[in-house]
Design a protein around this ligand. Structure first.
Ligand SMILES: Cc1cc2nc3c(=O)[nH]c(=O)nc-3n(C[C@H](O)[C@H](O)[C@H](O)COP(=O)(O)O)c2cc1C
Length: 199
């Protein structure tokens, strides 16, 4: 493989674009965020990196709360729209047909139409340059119950979550493995696949 060396830049692998909702005293807003991820499991922690010029920035900075909502591939256009228009000028949720619903722990609302929402409370802000990183604890998770089976197992892959790679949106593709499959005994893999076929 012949590789070119480029100067350091913000190129990255597939990401989950998120609709981040927040609420101030007088308004609710939503913006699209690609710079996000999990940074700790106990306690569960995440981050979002936001440019200070975003309308949402001051709401999040003042309230210390936000909700990360994951859109489906069917919500691709709305996700893009919330990332190219500012809430300072219009109600983006209304324009996209999204509804704000109360969260269970934080005051920031969740977006009802998204199958997975993470309620977050900011613990720290790091000003990094172009963006400020809000580090936050995930204090509650809301999941569309259609993806939870009778044994409380979550089948998030069925939700059709949207993916984002280098400026382009994609629907998730074919499954090609699972955690630990590289070292899984053939008999275990066969049992699992038989159990899935039965369903
Ligand atoms: C796919 C996508 C990802 C984005 N990711 C980020 C991000 O991680 N951080 C950020 O500050 N802006 C990001 N943006 C831009 C903001 O969403 C955009 O400036 C938005 O209009 C800000 O909304 P607001 O002014 O209502 O807060 C992204 C836009 C798109 C389309």
């Amino acid at each position: 493989m012949a590789k070119q060396v480029w100067k350091g830049s913000a190129i990255f692998g597939p990401m989950s674009p998120a609709l981040v909702s927040c609420a101030g005293d007088k308004e609710k807003n939503v913006l699209t965020i690609a710079w996000t991820g999990i940074i700790n499991s106990h306690p569960p922690m995440t981050y979002i990196s936001v440019r200070p010029e975003r309308h949402s920035y001051h709401i999040i900075d003042e309230t210390h709360e936000f909700v990360i909502n994951f859109p489906t591939s069917a919500q691709c256009n709305m996700t893009d729209f919330c990332g190219v228009r500012s809430g300072s000028k219009l109600d983006k949720a209304e324009k996209c047909g999204f509804h704000y619903a109360p969260s269970s722990v934080v005051s920031a609302p969740q977006i009802e139409e998204c199958p997975l929402s993470l309620e977050c409370r900011v613990t720290e802000r790091k000003d990094l340059g172009s963006h400020s990183m809000f580090i936050a604890e995930i204090v509650a998770v809301q999941i569309d119950e259609r993806y939870i089976d009778s044994r409380e197992k979550l089948h998030l892959q069925q939700a059709g979550l949207l993916s984002y790679v280098h400026g382009e949106y994609f629907a998730l593709g074919r499954k090609c493995g699972e955690f630990g499959s590289s070292v899984m005994k053939k008999s275990t893999a066969a049992k699992r696949s038989a159990a899935k076929t039965k369903k």
